[in-house]
Design a binder for this molecule. Sequence first.
Ligand SMILES: [Zn+2]
Length: 354
Amino acid sequence: MRVVLKECAWETQDKDLHVLTDPREVITLADPDGKVAAFFAELDRGPRTVEELCDALDLSRDDVHDALAGLDSLGLIESAEGRSLGDPRLDARHLSNLAFFGLYAGLDQPRAAFVRRLRQSHVLVLGVGGGGSSLVQNLAGLGVGRLTLVDRDDVEPRNFARQFLYRHADLGRSKVDRAAEWVREYDPSIEVRAVDRWIAGPEDLEDLFDDVNLVAGGLDGHPDAAVWINAAAVRAGIPFVAGGMTRSQILYYSVDPGVSPCVSCDRRSRPSPEAPDTAGFVERSRAKLMITNALNGPMAMQIGSLIAFEAARYLTGCEPPFAAGRYVKLDLRNGLVPEIQPFETDPGCQVCAT
Ligand SMILES: [Zn+2]
């Protein structure tokens, strides 16, 4: 393996070497004899093997291995080969994805591996309307290799405030067909399947989970849709990421089967509509509030991108899923600062407690 420095700058001050890889923090390394600076300078000349570093710096193999382990633990180096997908056109297509995953890259975790995992992934997107439209665009941008899109609506004028997959000329067309067409035009290497289907119950999901790595999105139309998807995803052992909006909050959450509690563990999310209390009143009245959907462009784009990045966490392993077993709520009354509400756990949950 040849080792290369990640994007960073450094400067000697007195007996310290200051290293900058993220503008918000300076890493300070003690360097009384200038050897650390010499190590950086040698790596800066280009990718180097351990042997080349030993020869150039007159160091033992153990010294070089120790130095590399230290720099790797600080997130400053990676494998030179791992910076490329092996095809200049692909590297250009994924320029920003590769640069982004460079944040998480290290000697054992090439940045290209994160992008490859996305390219090998199959995501089932349920709903290509409100949040789903921007979700599809974000997943395509990340380079997710296979998408199965499910929806039953046609493109209507009311969609245009927030669903930027669709054009005026698409009015009256099947959304899911048009969404699939958009993906093919955007990146012909993405395999996309359109399923024009109304999900009226759990049985309508059964044949959709083959070879799927993750389920994302949200179906409107039935208050129990999230519960159905949750149950199907947990049964299949596939992560599920979803989101939505209330009057003044947008939120997303995910379920990591076998790891996090699931949607059905959280009874607060489904209070009894018959209960003679305020929770029951809220549940009885929820449908009325949903008649006019306030999820406009900026809100829909937020939800789509938050769901897409949570999906990328699961698919690449770049970091642990942030919203597993909890609602992450962005409050319009508070500058969209996230607040976390963990799911209740239910050791006897009929969906996930096995
Ligand atoms: Zn559960």
